[in-house]
Design a protein around this ligand. Structure first.
Ligand SMILES: Nc1ncnc2c1ncn2[C@@H]1O[C@H](COP(=O)(O)OP(=O)(O)OP(=O)(O)O)[C@@H](O)[C@H]1O
Length: 248
C-alpha cells in the first residue's frame, strides 16, 4: 500500500476557547484507492479536520504530507488541486452552471473536459440541467451535485466529502454514491466521507476513522468497526445512531 496522504499528531484547539482542545494527536494515513468514512458525534471536529487536510484551516500542531512531501513545501494552489473539499453547503461561483464547471479547471490552468463534465452531470442525475442557467437559481441539491462534479473535474488525488448527500432525496443520493465510488475506483482516488448515515458509511467505505473525546479512537476496516468495535465509545455511538435511525 503506497501512502498518499499522511497525518501525524494533528492537534487543534477550539475556536471559541483556545485553551481547550478540539482534538489532539490524530495520526492516520490514506492510500490511493482507499475510501474512508470519518464518523463521530456532532461537534467532534470532523469538518474541521477535513478543512485542515484541505488547507482551508491550519492545525495548531502536527504534520501533514501528500506524496511524502510536507504541506508547507507545496504551493497552496497545487495542494488544493490535489486535495479538494466539498462542503455540505455548496458554494456556487457567480455566473452560469457552465461557468461554474469551467472556472475551477481554468483557475488551476487545466483544460476543461466538456464531454467528461456532461458524463459526470448525467451520472449524478443532472443530465437535463440547462448549463446556461444562473447557478444561483439551482436548487440546494442541484448546487450540491454541481459542486461535486466541479471538484471531480479537477481530478484530485484525495476528495474530501463533508455530508455531501445530506440535502439529497434518496434517488439522487444513490446516484451520487455510485458515481463517486465508480470514479474513485477507476481513477484510484482516495475519498474521505464525513457522514452521519451509517448505511452510507457501510456502503461507500472500506475503512472507518472514528472520532470521540477529542481523539481518533478507532481506525479499522469498515466491517470490523460495525461488527465488533473495540471501544465503549464506538459501541455507544453505534447504539445511539441506530436508535435515532429507528425513530425516524
Ligand atoms: N468557523 C468556526 N468558528 C467557531 N467555531 C467553529 C467553527 N467551525 C467549527 N467550530 C466549532 O468547532 C467544533 C467542531 O465543529 P465541526 O463542525 O468540525 O464538528 P463536526 O464533528 O463536523 O460536527 P457535525 O457532525 O455536527 O457537523 C464545534 O464546537 C463548532 O462549533
Amino acid at each position: 500500500m503506497t501512502v498518499l496522504l499522511a497525518m501525524e499528531n494533528i492537534t487543534k484547539h477550539r475556536q471559541d476557547d483556545a485553551s481547550k482542545i478540539l482534538f489532539e494527536r490524530i495520526t492516520a494515513e490514506i492510500a490511493a484507492g482507499q475510501h474512508v468514512a470519518l464518523l463521530g458525534g456532532s461537534g467532534q471536529g470532523k469538518s474541521t479536520l477535513l478543512r485542515i487536510i484541505a488547507r482551508l484551516e491550519r492545525c495548531d500542531a502536527g504534520e501533514i504530507a501528500l506524496h511524502s512531501k510536507p504541506i508547507a513545501a507545496w504551493k497552496p494552489q497545487d495542494w488544493r488541486r490535489k486535495v479538494c473539499y466539498v462542503a455540505q453547503q455548496a458554494v456556487m461561483l457567480p455566473g452560469t452552471v457552465e461557468q461554474n464547471l469551467r472556472t475551477a479547471s481554468e483557475l488551476h490552468g487545466l483544460p476543461f473536459h466538456e464531454a467528461l463534465a456532461k458524463r459526470c452531470m448525467e451520472a449524478v442525475g443532472l443530465g437535463a440541467v440547462d448549463w446556461q442557467k444562473p447557478a444561483a437559481d439551482l436548487s440546494g441539491g442541484e448546487k450540491q451535485r454541481t459542486a461535486l462534479v466541479r471538484a471531480m473535474l479537477l481530478s484530485p488525488d484525495v476528495l474530501l466529502l463533508d455530508e455531501v448527500t445530506a440535502s439529497l432525496d434518496p434517488g439522487s443520493k444513490r446516484l451520487v454514491e455510485r458515481c463517486l465510488s465508480e470514479w474513485a475506483a477507476q481513477e484510484e482516488k482516495a475519498l474521505i466521507w464525513v457522514t452521519h448515515d451509517l448505511e452510507q458509511a457501510k456502503q461507500v467505505s472500506d475503512t472507518v476513522w472514528f472520532m470521540a473525546e477529542g481523539k481518533l479512537l478507532e481506525h479499522c476496516e469498515t466491517a470490523v468497526f460495525f461488527d465488533c468495535p473495540s471501544t465503549d465509545q464506538a459501541r455507544r455511538y453505534l447504539q445511539q445512531s441506530r436508535k435515532e435511525e429507528e425513530s425516524v
